[in-house]
Design a binder for this molecule. Sequence first.
Ligand code: IPD
Ligand code: CA
Ligand code: CA
Ligand code: CA
Length: 273
Amino acid sequence: MPNIDQLLEPAITICQDAGRLIKAIYLENSYQSETKADDTLVTSADIAAHHQIIAALKRLSPEIPILSEEDADIAYEKRKQWSSYWIVDPLDGTQEFVARSGDFASELALIVDGEPVLGVVYGPMQDVCYFAVKGNGAFKRDSGGTKAITVQQHHQHPAQVHIAVSRVQKLAILHSGLDPEFDYRFTPLGSASLKSCLVAEGKADVYVRLGPTGEWDTAAPQIILREAGGDLQDLSMQPLSYNQRESLINPNFAALGDLNLPWLKILAGLERR
Ligand code: IPD
Ligand code: CA
Ligand code: CA
Ligand code: CA
């Protein structure tokens, strides 16, 4: 069993270093991209961050295996024998990176006995880092220091519910005529991990995404959300584990009481890769 507390600060540094590497490539605006077998984009920034994180994690904890989105072909049969492993998304928000919206992140999590116990999400353009260790609370670190974060606790009228959406969802909403009927407030942000962290820090009440998502998308957000008083749920409001791929909703339980669920499902369906 790894000493999780001792791994936290080095894991934060590794995640931030990867984010800074991606930021440098982004600002230079010189990268190559190609389409993967699953029809999604991958860039040389994803790959460079992947190699940097893998090398650093191997130095930090040579005994803990690593699963990265960019090296995800390790057979499940083999992986399920691992009692603990790192799970890495070197660049979360590749589409946003390519679209030059600045909304992307690096994220990593430590899984022990099938559960995320440590998670870090770092947005390099905002220079904001979210992190959590099981049982110790969730935190946000930026130029102003480190502070504990929690999901919104008070009940809101549905018309005031604040939904984290991506640029793609926002565009779809503007073109769909859905918006006027419901006076929800929207916070557009690219990557799944950054949107989840907006919920964790109480800046949004919900982020909704209809699958499939990768487990590297949801492992760090799940532990950060849990430690902030929220969690992942599916669209029937049932608990969802980071490695279930069907659908994903990161709610503030209290605020969601009166939410119009069919409408949320439409919103969820608007986000496509
Ligand atoms: C994707 C982004 C995107 C979300 C997708 C993810 P990637 O991750 O987080 O916002 O809608 O489900 O797969 O491929 O950019 O790391
Ligand atoms: Ca990807
Ligand atoms: Ca991702
Ligand atoms: Ca990725």
